[in-house]
Ligand binder design. Sequence first.
Ligand code: HT7
Ligand code: ZN
Length: 844
Amino acid sequence: PQTIYLKDYTPFGWQVADVHLTVALSPDATRVRSRIRFEPNPDAPAQRFFLHGEDLRLIRASIDGTEVTPVLTAEGLECDVPEGGFLWESEVEIAPAANTALEGLYMSNGMYCTQCEAEGFRKITYYPDRPDVMSVFTVRIEGDEPVKLSNGNPVAQGEGWAEWHDPWPKPAYLFALVAGELLNHPGSFTTMSGREVELNIYVRPGDEGKCAFGMQALKDSMRWDEEVYGREYDLDIFNIVAVDDFNMGAMENKGLNVFNSSCVLASPETSTDANFERIEAIIAHEYFHNWTGNRITCRDWFQLCLKEGLTVFRDSQFTSDMRSAEVKRISDVIDLRARQFPEDQGPLSHPVRPESFQEINNFYTATVYEKGAEVIGMLRRLVGAEAYGKALDLYFERHDGQACTIEDWLKVFEDSTGRDLTQFKRWYSQSGTPHLKVSDDYTDGTYTLTFTQETPPTPGQPEKAPQVLPIAVGLLNPNGDEVVPTTMLEMTEATQSFTFEGLNAKPVPSILRGFSAPVVLMRESTAEEKSFLLAHDTDAFNRWEASRDLARACLLAMITEGAGPDLAWIDALEQVLRDTTLDPAFRALMLALPTQAELAQMLHARGVTPDPDAIYAATETLRDAMATRWSALLPELMAEAQVDAPYAPDAEQSGKRTLGNAVLSLQTRLDGGKAAQAQYDAADNMTMQLSALSCLITAGAEDAALAAFEAQWKDDRLVMDKWFALQVAATAPEKAVARAAALTERADFDWKNPNRFRAVMGSLAMNHAGFHARDGSGYRFLADWLIKLDEKNPQTTARMCSVFQTWKRYDADRQALMKAALERIAARPGLSRDVTEMVTRLLG
Ligand code: HT7
Ligand code: ZN
């Protein structure tokens, strides 16, 4: 496959004045007629006229009314064109029913829908399918489907047709079309300037009762973007459509967001609290793209973080405002360490702004999204909230309607703050996670912190330069009082010291408060100091981190030295858990242990080869010890976590349920599942039902509950996804592969549906010791399925290949087995470009 480089960027030779599309729908032979006015682009070098096009059957093409015969290639067409502007017309035929890749125009349960980001529009018609070509679209849809939707505002409709016009110039990746038998859940929103916007969530009949929460989340997002960023919605209508077959979470098409149904449909009976929170965040994320992504888009796909990093940052600000900021921050860091750190520290490591790719779909990664958001968080920390707000105002003012780069973004900050961001820009170009070492000294009232930063080499980048690190620090007196409140240190050198004067005793430092930079903090500190911070730190993140550090240290000692559980830590944690002034959600986070994958990562970082079975055994032993030690505490916490009001998915109730369910899983170790069975029988919402089922599976007492659950929910696809997933994720490691295999034998294992495929395969990869079964059965099983899925859906297959990204961490036998699995995939004839790139990088 061809490699595309950022350095080779060249503007397209023409501008597109406007686009008229007529789409005559038919499952096997949809006709797409296009009328496109091209004008020469004065800023582009001379070039041959080329339009992208894939899997299209060209019926006819003409220029200014005269038929032409373009040269067709696998990637598109080339053609001689007149010197000035001209009208291009074409007609192509496509087969949406045969499109299992879910890119371009495809069908899901009889409904037509599109997915064009990143490069799907070229599967609909011939077009310059690149984000820097922006144009105004008018779309006529012809078909018998009762609902026919596209971007922008509806302009006219008649028997068997509907016409839409989007006045805002947009790149083709934001094009969308949906048609089918759909029902709408309506709403409306009055914008800050008093305009009335019609809102709709369109769903398949039967799902109309699951839209109210999404509608409220949409309204909350619209209001929040007005209040916090001054951004108003800009069309008369905003439509959301729920689709069952979808490669990712959702898509921000202009005025017509398309959602994976799992990311928008919600009801207390069928969705967990975590589902509700995620749905709220994704609706916000897609809505926020209207300004950060749509009105200001990316010049090329290397700039993906321009819209994604910023929009993730914005959606996390939204969730912090809607719920608990501390809990959100801790959850985000857990997620970053679980998904982005392994990526940044393994063979798939790449900069937030990559410099080359073969298949852009492979770069919708945790690095681009989540590390991209961290970079923006650091920028905000460095310049301050007010200056950040002013810079964003300038960004919207200066770049509205443009396709931009990271250089444009940083220049806005430079111009509005007067700062030089040359060094800061390394966060976009340098891959890898910096390691931050700390030493300290206290002499005559002066306390000195000395930091050293070092980033290990990553693929293609053997040498690393120092980065700008905002390090938030607070100092506590030995009596627990805070003597220096949070102070932002700005580190720019490889080694740098910071002093604090006038202290009357050696303080205890609280470093990297709020996880102020995405680094690995390597500070050797004593258990006493961590326990002190656990008891006294005013920073919620570092209080949680202190406990987490103690848990990590305890588990590492158990794994590597055969030590027993650290009862001192368990007792210290009990004090926190008993503190009823603390948010139950925060206490639930304190209760959670590091994942087995995180422990494997830590062992590897210390030069110890992780043994998944030993990690699993240690985690189990520690959980048993926690349960036994807290046998009196657990019922008290359970009572405290009781919710006596009707179900609401808000932060307060969900925090209590999270705590209660964490406690239930410990209680199950004492009573063999008695309390869990009682909770299962009484549950009137999915959060309580599913967590009880999870406990029953861990206890090995699940058969009746699994059957009851299936009987109750067999007709609800999204709930059954949970049933599939939970069995594989929660089952004991020695049974995980067999269980996953048995599930794939079922008639309702619809493996072409990405949600169902991920429910089984993704959960197997999450079952750390199960996936890493010593005999290699987990690797073989997954490789077989990846090979099978690639023929139908390369995008979802390629994303799932990343479960092998840590393969070099494990022992020689496991490494050989994983390598063999990857090589078997790589050797498959006809392997997609997506998967070829992934396995090549993984093996590289
Ligand atoms: N901008 C979107 C990214 C995306 C996508 C979404 C659904 C299906 C395939 C996709 N490829 C890329 C989603 C987002 O970040 O908001
Ligand atoms: Zn996004």
